[in-house]
Design a protein around this ligand. Sequence first.
Ligand SMILES: [Zn+2]
Length: 284
Amino acid sequence: MYEKTENILKMAKESNTAVISFVCIDYIMARTVVCAAQATNTPAMVMLYPEHVAVNHTTGFENYATMVKELAKDVTVPIGLHADHDFSYESIVNTINCGFESVMIDGSMYDLDANIALTRKVVMKARESGVCVEGEIGHVGAASAADNNKADSYTKADAAEKFCRETGVNSLAVSIGNAHGEYIETPLLDMKRLEEIHAATNVSLVLHGGSGIPDNQLLAAFSKGINKFNLGTEFIGKYFDAVSDFSIENKNNPDPVKIINLATYVESRLQPYAEERMRTLCHF
Ligand SMILES: [Zn+2]
């Protein structure tokens, strides 16, 4: 069933665990997550990365929101819909108007005051329609540039407290040794910093850049206030591998419409992965 992310985050907080928010570029990935959630009886989120609409054209905002809500109707487990990193007030308003009840405004490239001003403006607007907002302070950079080792951009507890108090966000993405993409070396999360941020705030904390962080670190982080965990790179990589294998296996298949089997093939390859991640990491 479709569930507002605000309620899923609340469930995760009460269970001292995290919900996995999977970056899904299209129907195949979204359906995989919904089926895996049902199979494991675990709440999950399907997350749109807005650039995939604007740049990669893998989907549209309105049809993505409708698609996820339609898929969620077929299962009994809570399924959330969320829009990841967006950078302007105007585009967030558009995303909300397209049916998203959960968005992220990323002002982490600005200084604290400018980030607070932008995020607060988005929260005020979002509240009019009960939309849940995720913010970010400190900056989660790129794993390929080893940004996860750059402590200058880590989230500071006092700034996090001020940010949450002045913006009213529902959740907060933190930078504690994590980064987006494929890590060069195994990352090491700053757990002490996470504890300090958790003690200073009362919102759900979010960990971006989940691909490649060892499970023991993830589970430790979930016990210290991380209630949402974004998984993209690894999941999308598995999609590519499945398409490659499908292509090889069907190279000599004379059926002119063989491509029609791609979706079920990819799903059968991705679903065990999604289920394994949910069973290992989510303890609702
Ligand atoms: Zn992110």
